[in-house]
Design a protein around this ligand. Structure first.
Ligand code: S3P
Length: 426
């Protein structure tokens, strides 16, 4: 159980573990590249370790040198039939992206995960992958995990995503590496583009525009990849620092890909003092330091194209919205209902227990701040981002906030409590 309570301010200079989305992609793409590639900054969270274990079951050789991983790429057709079902644990990214790769293999494979994964929608990948020619069967005839995927000779498709999802987009693009002809993915709103950038860095024939990505079957050539710090993890410190007058926080070397920096834009809109320093580009990905000076925030409206740019930061944004002056309204975020938990419902439930004036909307929520936070025991619902968001809300509470089920934080941020301990000042 993780317990937090009121602090004076946030101060210090920290780093956060590697970006989860980029770590998954680095391993998967190097697995199907030709040659040897090194990954530095790889996130050793439970989700990315699930990706690693699944790929090892598919015959991938990975050498762990501690500070970096060396991946011995098998080429597009070098993976082997696994002896048992692949287990993705809690990781939706592993489930969906790996399914795209499995669709192009010459062998069948079963893929499944924990209870949460078995309730999350997989029709969003099964439908386009079937259109490309894969044979996919879900549990009890429904498109839920476990999935049995029988690879086939695939055909490129021209597919418009019904929801903006980088996981679905990436699954189709990975299958597209194996497909005859061109694969085109069209997005209703731009989602994170790490797959496109990494495919380009590895030499794929890919053309990427804001709402449309085109790809042709291509062999990938391994290269060394450097994973920046995860802005979604950094957000758990940037956000409360921005809302606490007197705070001064520097988060070093964080990924600043514009498809992920919605949190910074929204916090600035709420009145936060945030600047970016030492910004560089590596492997197509922007990275740099985030400098935050605390102050008073005001409520805001978050909707439309902003949502995919901060989808994972909504739990912690809801937390600081409770400390901001005025109303914050978040709409167009119905995707939150199919994340690791139904994040709309659990946020309303758990933040409500701590005294937040929060109202549930079909596709989001409305929060009226500032709220006086009261201590209580709350529950993570097995959702890592909810657990961290609740711990952050405790920093504004006079009585202790006890987060039950906080061990799930290891999914994306092993060491969260330790880093938090380095920057809180009483
Ligand atoms: C991810 C994409 C997002 C995000 C998830 C990681 C990725 O999901 O919520 O945590 O790595 O591609 P969707 O693409 O399904 O929105």
């Amino acid at each position: 159980m993780l317990t937090t309570s009121k602090i004076g301010k946030i101060q210090g200079r920290i780093s956060v573990p590697g970006d989860k989305s980029i770590s998954h992609r680095a391993l998967m793409l190097l697995a199907i590249s030709r040659g040897k590639g090194r990954i530095s900054g790889f996130l050793r969270g439970a989700d990315c370790l699930s990706t690693m274990a699944c790929l090892e079951q598919l015959g991938l050789e990975i050498e762990d040198l501690g500070s970096e991983l060396v991946v011995y790429g098998q080429g597009l057709h070098g993976l082997r039939r696994p002896h048992r079902a692949l287990d993705v644990g809690n990781s939706g990214t592993t489930m969906r992206l790996l399914s795209g790769i499995l669709a192009g293999q010459k062998f069948p494979a079963a893929i499944t995960g924990d209870h949460s994964i078995q309730t999350r929608p997989m029709d969003r990948i099964a439908i386009p992958l079937r259109m490309m020619g894969a044979v996919i069967e879900g549990k009890a005839g429904r498109d839920l995990a476990p999935l049995l995927i029988q690879g086939r000779n695939l055909q490129g498709i021209d597919y418009t995503l019904p929801v903006a999802s980088a996981q679905v987009k990436s699954a189709i693009l990975l299958a597209g590496l194996y497909a005859e002809g061109e694969t085109v993915v069209r997005e209703p709103k731009p989602s994170r583009n790490h797959t496109e950038l990494m495919l380009a860095a590895l030499g794929a024939e890919i053309e990427s525009k804001t709402y449309e990505i085109r790809l042709r079957s291509s062999e990938l050539q391994a290269c060394d990849l450097q994973v920046p710090g995860d802005i979604s993890s950094a957000a758990f410190f940037i956000t409360p620092a921005a809302a606490m007058p007197g705070s001064h926080l520097i988060v070093k070397d964080v990924g600043l890909n514009p498809s992920r920096t919605g949190i910074i834009d929204v916090l600035k809109d709420m009145g936060a003092g945030i600047s970016l320093e030492n910004v560089t580009k590596l492997g197509g990905e922007l990275r740099g330091d985030v400098v935050v000076r605390g102050g008073r925030l005001r409520g805001t409206v978050i909707t439309g194209e902003m949502i995919p740019r901060l989808i994972d930061e909504i739990p912690v944004l809801a937390v600081v919205a409770s400390q901001a002056e005025g109303t914050t309204t978040i709409t167009g975020a119905e995707e939150l209902r199919v994340k690791e938990s139904d994040r709309i419902s659990v946020l309303v439930q758990e933040l409500g227990k701590l005294g937040v004036d929060i109202q549930e909307l079909a596709d989001g929520m409305q929060i009226k701040g500032p709220c006086a936070i009261q201590g209580a025991e709350v529950h993570s619902h097995g959702d890592h981002r909810l657990a961290m968001a609740l711990a952050v809300l405790g920093l504004f509470s006079r009585e202790p906030v006890k987060v039950r089920g906080s061990e799930c934080i290891d999914v994306s941020f092993p060491g969260f409590e330790k880093v938090l301990g380095q920057i809180i000042k009483y």
